[in-house]
Design a protein around this ligand. Structure first.
Ligand code: SF4
Ligand code: SF4
Length: 143
């Protein structure tokens, strides 16, 4: 009768002094695992230009029609680049197919996970908002 009670109290005491496995979110942020799949975004070169050549492969391969409205333009040396590129995060299922299909490694899934919004429109990214802004937030390449 008394032995189980002592065992129970001992267990409670042990957990009182052990390191907690929970985080005090949002004050404490979780570090995503290297292969975590956040949302897709357009990768920039060191000179700030986008790698994308507007081939539309990512748009074709996307199973949920989250990439749309890619409008290509041509530069002075006949290089192609997009002037419009829409990523609809309300449709994205974070599968990573776009990243796998891209021949230029121009679209990658980042490691951001705080995507909740009050306004759905905010989640429809135009080319400016879909372009990588904070390289330090990116997870290591995993493909
Ligand atoms: S991660 Fe998947 S669903 Fe999202 S844009 Fe890329 S291919 Fe489409
Ligand atoms: S992101 Fe890649 S696959 Fe998509 S249009 Fe640009 S170059 Fe093509």
């Amino acid at each position: 009768m008394i032995l189980p009670l002592i065992k129970g109290l001992a267990t409670t005491l042990r957990y009182c002094f052990s390191k907690p496995i929970t985080l005090q979110y949002p004050e404490e942020k979780r570090t995503p695992y290297p292969r975590f799949r956040g949302h897709p975004e357009l990768v920039i070169n060191e000179d700030g230009t986008r790698r994308c050549v507007a081939c539309t492969l990512c748009m074709v391969v996307c199973p949920s029609n989250a990439i749309k409205g890619i409008v290509p333009a041509e530069g002075p040396n006949h290089e192609k680049y997009p002037v419009q590129f829409i990523i609809d995060l309300t449709r994205c299922i974070f599968c990573g197919f776009c990243q796998e299909a891209c021949p230029k490694a121009a679209i990658k899934l980042n490691n951001l996970y705080e995507l909740a919004q009050y306004n759905k429109e905010v989640l429809i990214l135009d080319i400016e908002r879909a372009t990588q802004k904070k390289p330090e937030m990116r997870a290591p390449d995993w493909l």
